[in-house]
Design a protein around this ligand. Structure first.
Ligand SMILES: NC(=O)c1ccc[n+]([C@@H]2O[C@H](COP(=O)([O-])OP(=O)(O)OC[C@H]3O[C@@H](n4cnc5c(N)ncnc54)[C@H](O)[C@@H]3O)[C@@H](O)[C@H]2O)c1
Ligand SMILES: [Zn+2]
Length: 377
């Protein structure tokens, strides 16, 4: 049995996209190997390490040393920490640093941090010199299981999140689960919401695993974390391989819990409710809607709510003005022809999209949800 001090074997998850295929390396102690792994990702001249002060001060030196041992010269640029800095202005800082360090078309950007750094650096990579190579080194659970895989990159506008972006697949993703040990508990829980999402839409065994090992996961057990990150990446990789640009409807399943989740996130400000927290409450609402509309078992709704709460996540949203909730859901960029689209679960592991859910039913469900699981948050 692993004691938590031993290194579990790394896993390689391929993302199959023809000429744009790449591997997600999931393991413990991988930052030490960042240099050699980057060299596997392509023959590069030089690079730019993009991080923020929080993550840079923890892991920047380690990554730079490893890159330098592999013969890669990679200066570092720090962006400020926070969702409010995922902007075009910050992207411009990155472009300027890249010009200052004389990067060229054969150079690469390496993003070290959570989803904010990954999305911003990825967007800068997609656009600098009309596109340079990108390497993702995600350091939050959310970024390891979601943001760093799949090629969506972007920045926010004052008018809304991720309104400007691109599809730009990385050359390689290096997910070192050791970095999760320094992650604040609240951020770890927020990432778990996405893992639980993959369980509900794609893999009942993953859901069971999280239920059984929740305490170990919260305690930073490397083997357990490696398993859930690798399995989540496999599920996302399979979805992305089928529907890279979200044109086939397949990728839409990743939005389970996100219709209401995005609206809650916008309603409470991005600090008030973390993305994963909003998605948790959104998933319970989607599961309740599913129980009414698709025959999703009621026992599974309760099971999902129990698991989320055990993980430190809300099973119901804070009080929210109903008209505002509907307006925000309509404004979501996934809305088509003003029709709100819901991903609903049918059975654990099976899902369907519905765009005919009446507003009244949505509001009724949220009221009932609050009655059952009203959270103090
Ligand atoms: N591109 C996609 O497909 C996709 C998918 C999901 C989310 N996202 C985006 O991801 C962003 C959210 O990402 P996030 O949840 O990782 O938040 P984040 O990047 O803001 O990171 C959360 C906090 O944790 C800190 N941090 C990161 N790694 C750490 C570590 N190992 N130890 C200690 N502190 C650490 C960060 O500095 C930050 O303060 C949003 O902008 C969202 O839009 C993108
Ligand atoms: Zn999400």
């Amino acid at each position: 049995m692993l004691t938590g001090h031993e290194r579990p074997a790394p896993q390689r998850v391929p993302v199959r996209l023809g000429g744009r295929s790449y591997d997600v390396h999931v393991g413990s102690g991988l930052l030490d190997q960042a240099g050699s792994l980057c060299c596997q990702g392509g023959a590069f001249s030089k690079g730019l390490l993009i991080t923020n002060e929080t993550v840079g001060s923890l892991y920047g030196g380690l990554v730079q040393r490893s890159l330098s041992l592999a013969g890669l010269r990679v200066p570092r640029v720090d962006i400020p920490d926070g969702e409010q800095y995922k902007t075009l202005e910050t992207a411009q800082r990155v472009y300027r640093a890249a010009v200052g360090h004389r990067l060229d078309r054969r150079s690469f950007f390496i993003a070290l941090g959570g989803g904010v750094v990954g999305d911003l650096a990825g967007f800068a990579a997609a656009t600098f010199l009309r596109g340079v190579a990108l390497i993702q080194v995600p350091t939050t659970l959310l970024a390891q299981v979601d943001a760093a895989v799949g090629g969506k990159v972007g920045v926010n506008l004052d008018e809304g999140k991720n309104l400007v972006g691109a599809f730009h697949q990385p050359r390689i993703v290096i997910a070192d689960v050791d970095t999760l040990r320094t992650l604040p508990k609240r951020q770890l829980a927020a990432g778990l919401a996405e893992v639980i999402k993959y369980g509900v839409i794609g893999d009942p065994d993953l859901l069971q695993f999280v239920e059984d090992r929740l305490d170990r996961l919260a305690a930073g057990d490397r083997a357990a974390l490696l398993r859930i990150v690798a399995r989540s990446c496999e599920i996302k990789a399979a979805v992305v391989a089928e529907d890279e640009r979200e044109t086939e409807g397949v990728r839409e399943c990743l939005n389970f819990g996100h219709t209401i989740g995005h609206a809650l996130e916008a309603a409470f400000g991005y600090e008030g409710m973390l993305h994963g927290e909003a998605v948790a409450a959104g998933m319970v609402a989607a599961a309740m809607l599913s129980a009414r509309l698709t025959g999703f078992p009621e026992a599974e709704v309760q099971r999902l709510a129990d698991l989320l709460q055990r993980a430190g996540l809300p099973a119901a949203p804070p009080p929210v003005e109903e008209a505002k909730l509907l307006t925000l859901m309509r404004r979501d960029k996934k809305t088509v022809d003003q029709k709100i689209r819901f991903v609903l679960a049918e059975q654990p592991g099976r899902w369907v999209v519905r765009d005919d859910v009446p507003d009244d039913l949505v509001l009724e469900i949220v009221r009932e949800q609050r009655n059952r699981w009203a959270s103090a948050k």
